[in-house]
Design a protein around this ligand. Structure first.
Ligand SMILES: *Cc1c(COP(=O)(O)O)cnc(C)c1O
Length: 338
C-alpha cells in the first residue's frame, strides 16, 4: 500500500485533515492510490456507458429532459472509486485509458468550451432539455470568469430552466469558496450538488465555506457514495447527514458504488445499503434521508431502491412493515374502474 501523502497531490486543506485523522483513518484510502485494484467480475472502465450516450464532446444525454455537461476533466482530488477515473487528470487508478477516453466525445476536453461550440449548439437546438448538470472533473477548479461565461451562456438558453453544478471543492479546498464566487453562483441561481462521504470532512473550514454559500442564498444538496469500511455504518451516516442538514445541505443521493474497474475493495453488497436505509429511516429526521440508488450500468439512469415495506395484500388491505419490522394494515381505497 502506498499510503504516503507526500508523493501524491492533495489540496493542503485535505492533506491537513488526513494528517490530523491519523494513518489508520479510512478516509485516506479514498484519495490515495492503492495496490488493491484487482478487477472483479462485471467491472468496467466506463460503468455508466457514458461514452455511448455522448452526442458531442463534453455532453452526456441519457434522460429526455436533463443533460450532464462535463466542463473540465480536472479535479482537486482523485477519489479512488471515481466513475470517471479513466478520464480525470489524464486517467488514474492505474486504469488503461479506455477506448472512449481517446474517442471524439472526450478527446481534447480540457476545459469549458464557450458559446458556439458543438455542445452549445446541441443545447440550443434540443428544446426538450430543461435541466443542465455541470460536472467534470470538478467545475469549481475553473476560474470565476470562465464559470461566469458558462452560466451566462446557459442562462441565455430560454428552455433551460435549471442549472446545477456538482463539486467536492467545499470539502477538500474550502478556501476556493470566496464571497465573490458564492455571490456569482447565487446570481445565476445555481444549485450546488456537493460530494461529502464522511462526517470528518465537515471541518471548521468546510463549515465556513458552506455558511458562505448558504448565506449568499445558494441552495445545496449532497451526494454520498456508500463505501466499504469508510461510511457503511448507521452511526457514521447519521452523523454525516445531520451534519449536512445543520449546515443547510440536504442529503440527496446515497449511491451504491459504481462497478468501476478495480473498485471491489470499496463496494458493499446492495443489501447492506437497504438495511442501512431501513435503520436510518426510523432514526433520523426525514429531511436527513437521501434516496439510496444504483446508477444503472450501461446508461439506464439512476434507479432508487427501497427496503421492502409492502408485505402483501390481504383482501382490501395492504400489509406494511415499519422500520422496526412490525406489521401494519392500511385499508386501501378501492380503485375506481371506468
Ligand atoms: C445523474 C445524472 C443526471 C441527473 O440525475 P438526477 O436524478 O436528476 O439528479 C443527469 N444526467 C446524467 C447522465 C446523470 O448521470
Amino acid at each position: 500500500m502506498s499510503h504516503e501523502l507526500q508523493n501524491w497531490f492533495l489540496p493542503v486543506h485535505y492533506k491537513h485533515l488526513l494528517d490530523s485523522l491519523g494513518p489508520s483513518h479510512p478516509l485516506r484510502r479514498t484519495v490515495l492510490p492503492s495496490d488493491d485494484r484487482t478487477p472483479a467480475p462485471g467491472e468496467l472502465t466506463d460503468p455508466l456507458g457514458e461514452e455511448q450516450h455522448s452526442p458531442c464532446r463534453g455532453l452526456i444525454h441519457t434522460y429526455p429532459d436533463k443533460v450532464l455537461l462535463l466542463a473540465t476533466l480536472d479535479c482537486a482530488v482523485h477519489c479512488q472509486y471515481c466513475t470517471r477515473g479513466r478520464l480525470i487528470g489524464g486517467g488514474f487508478q492505474g486504469l488503461e485509458k479506455s477506448e472512449g477516453a481517446g474517442s471524439a466525445c472526450f478527446q481534447g476536453l480540457g476545459k469549458y468550451e464557450g458559446a458556439g461550440s458543438a455542445c452549445f449548439q446541441y443545447l440550443e437546438t434540443h428544446i426538450e432539455i430543461r435541466d443542465v448538470l455541470i460536472s467534470g472533473g470538478d467545475p469549481l477548479t475553473l476560474p470565476d470568469d470562465e464559470l461566469e461565461d458558462l452560466f451566462s451562456n446557459l442562462r441565455g438558453i430560454g428552455h433551460v430552466k435549471n442549472i446545477r453544478l456538482g463539486s467536492k471543492i467545499p470539502a477538500v479546498m474550502p478556501e476556493r469558496i470566496t464571497p465573490e464566487l458564492a455571490a456569482m453562483l447565487a446570481k445565476y441561481r445555481i444549485w450546488l450538488q456537493l460530494h461529502f462521504i464522511h462526517p470528518a470532512e465537515l471541518t471548521d473550514e468546510a463549515v465556513r465555506a458552506l455558511d458562505t454559500l448558504a448565506d449568499a442564498g445558494v441552495p445545496m444538496v449532497s451526494q454520498t457514495v456508500l463505501l466499504k469500511g469508510i461510511n457503511d455504518d448507521a452511526d457514521t451516516l447519521a452523523d454525516l447527514f445531520y451534519g449536512l442538514l445543520q449546515n443547510r445541505v440536504k442529503p440527496y443521493y446515497l449511491f451504491q458504488c459504481d462497478p468501476v474497474l478495480g473498485s471491489s475493495s470499496f463496494r458493499t453488497p446492495v443489501q447492506k445499503g437497504l438495511d442501512l436505509m431501513k435503520e436510518l429511516q426510523g432514526r433520523v429526521s426525514g429531511l436527513a434521508l437521501p434516496n439510496f440508488c444504483i446508477d444503472a450500468p450501461g446508461g439506464g439512469g439512476k434507479i432508487v431502491m427501497h427496503p421492502d415495506t409492502i408485505l402483501r395484500r390481504d383482501g382490501a388491505d395492504i400489509l406494511l412493515t415499519n422500520y422496526q419490522g412490525k406489521e401494519y394494515r392500511y385499508p386501501d381505497p378501492v380503485q375506481e374502474s371506468f
